[in-house]
Design a protein around this ligand. Structure first.
Ligand code: BG6
Length: 516
């Protein structure tokens, strides 16, 4: 994945409702230890966990990468990375302790000898650091290596869990390129690891505010009774980014906004918004309810795709005053590329709670502002009571969950403007996390890593969850493939997206919320 901006502190919600404890003794093995993900996110996250006393006392980090360096050099590199990318000031004691636990295994990922060396190192860690044969294998590698590394681990006997120990595999997105490749990847991974050993990360689930959607809905009595088709007019889910593709052009050009963001991050937001209350707050119950919501998305046929899905690519423009060249001019992007950098869609959810309530989703790069939010628009109150007064219309109530930045929630409602006549204005009640909670920056990975260490899979995706997401978007990919770019719209960098996305809502007399 791309390295994400820091988010809120982890510790308030690590394991909401469960008692915090240091994780089990274990070795944290990173494949791709020389890469950006390790330096910018994993190591700073491990540091934050160490600082919060959430790492086990018996703990080792084992980096695996190609360059032939020794432990000392690896430690030096990791210490430098930590000093550069830590989310807060580093305390020398915690840093030294963490770095002292780092070890290194050089080797190619397709060479069985690498895994033999790793096995020896894991044995040493168990003996010298007391990690008890528990191992977490984090695949911070390009996606084409996920299955091969997993299979090599299996072949080397490293996927087995002897004598009560555990072995877990952590995989980052992308999980496949479409439904077929996602199913193939899941099959490969499960040849060597059992489903309950596989932790598929969607980093959106590590965000405090995303986890809070469930708390807001199910820990409050006032929202759930009106959270349905009787009271909700529509839902808007926006993930807008100001970043352009920058130096990711080559990779992005083969991916596009739909694959990159929709079946994963946006569908997670949709699932948390639309799901039924789970019977228990545990991984099985929560993931099953989320899955049901995604499975209930009305399948998109050719006519729906033509009418309800908009794809667009940014042209040259200015984002926050800075000139941004057109997508097609970005390094690594084909000059005639038809890859979308923006997608908007209208989805319906076929169940009793949501029948007839459109869910509008949009995401794009090089837009006017960075903003991730879920806006729930309620049905209008009847104007009846005010019909003889100078009130022409009543704004619909709106609940906005701000996921990032400026995390919080706002409720928009109508109030009387003071004065002798009855005039009404829409006002806003605004809750900001920063006003209530101590929000030290974090990488957003702390909760996820901690959960892997304690074996809680609630925030991770099962094979069926991944496949359900792809099943919805696969027909869109196929239709776009056939259209060969004829359906591609354009928007200037720094804007709100293409006009066609506005039309999507205008058809139902609705309007997107402004991005900036
Ligand atoms: C990643 C995508 O998964 O999420 C990136 O690959 C995108 O293209 C990123 O920029 C957005 O994450 P965040 O946390 O910054 O919203």
């Amino acid at each position: 994945m791309d390295v994400a901006a820091p988010s809120l502190a982890p510790h308030a919600a690590v394991g909401a409702g469960r008692k915090l404890r240091a994780a089990d003794p274990c070795a944290f093995v990173i494949f791709g230890a020389a890469g950006d993900l390790t330096k910018r996110l994993l190591l700073p996250a491990l540091y934050n966990l160490a600082a919060g006393k959430l790492l086990p006392e018996n703990f080792a980090v084992i980096g695996v990468a190609r360059s032939a360096i020794a432990d000392d050099e690896f430690r030096r590199q990791m210490a430098d990375a930590l000093r550069q990318f830590a989310t807060d000031d580093v305390a020398a004691g915690t840093l030294d302790d963490l770095i002292g636990r780092c070890h290194y295994v050089p080797g190619d990922f397709d060479d069985p000898a690498t895994y033999d060396r790793l096995k020896t190192r894991l044995g040493e860690a168990a003996r010298n650091s007391g990690t008890r044969d528990n191992g977490l294998f984090y695949l911070a590698t390009p996606p084409n290596l996920f299955a091969p590394v997993a299979c090599h681990l299996g072949a080397a006997g490293l996927a087995g869990e002897p004598d009560g120990s555990w072995r877990r595999l952590i995989v980052e997105k992308p999980f496949g390129f479409d439904l077929e490749s996602a199913c193939a990847l899941n099959r490969e991974l499960r040849r060597c690891f059992a489903e309950n050993q596989i932790f598929r990360i969607d980093h959106y689930l590590g965000k405090e505010t995303v986890q809070n959607i469930m708390v807001l809905r199910f820990a409050n009595g006032m929202f759930e009774p009106i959270w349905n088709r009787e009271h909700i007019d529509h839902v808007q889910i926006t993930v807008a980014e100001t970043v352009s593709v920058e130096n990711r052009g080559k990779l992005y050009d083969r991916t596009g906004a739909l694959r990159d963001m929709v079946p994963n991050h946006l569908f997670q937001l949709l699932a948390l918004t639309a799901m039924e209350p789970p019977s228990r707050f545990d991984a099985g119950a929560v993931r099953s309810e989320k899955l049901k919501a995604i499975e209930a998305i009305h399948p998109l046929g050719a006519a729906d795709i033509a009418a309800d899905v908009v794809r667009a690519q940014y042209a040259a423009g200015r984002v926050k005053g800075k000139a941004v060249p057109a997508y097609r001019q970005a390094p690594g992007v084909a000059g005639d590329s038809v890859t979308e950098t923006y997608v908007a869609m209208r989805l319906l959810i076929d169940n009793w709670r949501w029948a007839g309530v459109p869910f509008y989703l949009r995401t794009g790069k090089a837009l006017a502002a960075r903003k991730t939010e879920i806006a729930v628009k309620f049905r209008s109150a009847p104007l009846a009571l005010f019909r003889d007064m100078p009130v022409e219309s009543l704004a619909q109530n709106l609940l906005v969950l701000r996921i990032q930045p400026d995390e919080g929630a706002a409720l928009h409602f109508n109030a009387k403007i003071p004065g002798p006549d009855v005039r009404i204005e829409n006002v806003r009640m605004n809750f900001k996390y920063a006003d209530y909670f101590d929000a030290a920056p974090s990488t957003g990975y702390e909760t996820l890593i901690y959960d892997c260490m304690i074996g809680d899979q609630m925030l991770f995706q099962r094979a069926v969850d991944i496949e359900a997401g792809w099943r919805v978007v696969d027909p869109v990919l196929a239709a776009w493939g056939k259209a060969d770019g004829r359906d591609l719209c354009s928007y200037p960098a720094g804007g709100d997206g293409p006009a066609q996305a506005q039309d999507l809502l205008a058809r139902g007399n609705r309007q997107w919320r402004a991005i900036a």
